[in-house]
Design a protein around this ligand. Structure first.
Ligand SMILES: [Zn+2]
Length: 356
């Protein structure tokens, strides 16, 4: 399939994207102005859009410093959440989970509860303005690997207490520098509170961090790219029916794969592992979900049926209650199965010249 495949009109689900990494460049400039700092669009782009290839995951994480520093007020959080909803609509996304780490947004004096409220209000305001085309959106609260375990236990309590639209709990941040096991207690709180569990792992070499994520009870692994190196782990993921939320462009940027053509998404899918595709970060990775699906399908020579299966996994593996996702799953199954069985059109349709 061609990389220029237009998948925008198809209903899509996105399970792995970060609020801060999706901040629009022009919004960064505007928020800096509100904060009394001068920031040009070029400077914002240089600090927010990562190169095609970074030296490491740790280097990639530096592109979040500017957006996080600008997201320290209720107003800024609301605005960026609302704009992300508009961007999801433009991308044809019908179900989305948005994650971010509330404890990174406390420098302006907000509490964790106020940070979560601001994001939820921004989404509700966007939904009211957009109407029925608004996707169903769940929030995932991310704990940072580098934060004190006790603080993350409290964060889990706050996430559970907030209730809907919070549907999940996650662990994110520097994977090589900070192990997951110290945060096990936070994951017990989140699980007992009914939240879906996700852990970022397998974004740096080695499979031990994926094993640690499974030990925390993760039902979904954010990335999990390195699993392909260990057949026993691939089998375990299949048996546990754990989903890998892969982000191919981001995975190339972090250096965990050498290029899109070497990405293991197709091999994992063909080995029977549940995989989904996401942007990770619309701005940092300079992509959309439609583009990500098209690029990956082209680079890995996915068949239409394979791409449809992977796209549908996003709806099926979401953390929002199944009753809320059911109509979206039915809509997506109809659309993708009709697309998958359609005769492949030429990659570059020529426009028929009209006489007169
Ligand atoms: Zn991520």
């Amino acid at each position: 399939m061609g990389a220029d495949l237009d998948l925008q009109p198809l209903p899509k689900a996105e399970l792995h994207q970060h609020l801060d990494g999706a901040m629009r460049v022009e919004t960064a400039v505007a928020l800096a102005a509100v904060a009394g700092t001068s920031l040009t669009a070029d400077e914002a782009r240089r600090r927010m859009v990562a190169p095609d290839r970074c030296a490491s995951q740790a280097e990639l994480l530096r592109y979040f410093e500017l957006p996080i520093s600008l997201l320290q007020t209720e107003r800024a959080l609301r605005r960026v959440a609302a704009e992300l909803v508009a961007d999801l609509v433009a991308d044809g996304v019908r179900y989305a989970e948005i994650r971010w780490a509330p404890r990174l947004h406390l420098e302006g004096g907000l509490s964790v509860g106020e940070v979560i409220t601001a994001v939820a209000v921004g989404i509700a305001e966007a939904a009211a303005a957009i109407g029925p085309r608004t996707p169903l959106i769940g929030l995932i609260v991310s704990a940072m690997r580098s934060h004190p375990p006790a603080a993350n236990v409290q964060l889990a309590h706050d996430a559970v207490a907030f209730g809907p639209p919070v549907v999940g709990f996650d662990l994110a941040g520097d994977e090589a520098g900070f192990p997951a096991p110290p945060h096990a207690a936070a994951f017990v709180v989140a699980r007992e509170g009914g939240l879906g569990l996700s852990v970022h792992a397998g974004e740096v070499p080695g499979v031990e961090h994926i094993v640690e994520a499974l030990d925390l009870g993760a039902r979904r692994i954010a990335h999990g790219v390195t699993a392909i190196d260990d057949p026993a782990l691939v089998q375990r993921l299949r048996e546990l029916d754990v989903t890998l939320d892969l982000c191919p462009t981001s995975n190339v940027q972090s250096g965990v794969v050498s290029g899109l053509g070497a990405h293991p998404a197709a091999r994992l899918h063909r080995a029977g592992v549940s995989v989904t595709l996401s942007t990770d970060d619309r701005t940092v990775s300079g992509t959309t979900l439609s583009a990500e699906l098209a690029r990956t399908a082209a680079a890995l020579r996915l068949s239409r049926a394979e791409l449809a299966q992977i796209a549908l996994n996003g709806f099926r593996r979401g953390f929002a209650p199944s009753g809320m996702r059911a109509p979206l799953i039915a809509e997506a199954e109809r659309a993708w199965s009709s697309w998958a069985t359609r005769t492949a059109r030429p990659a570059h349709p020529t426009r028929t010249a009209r006489a007169g």
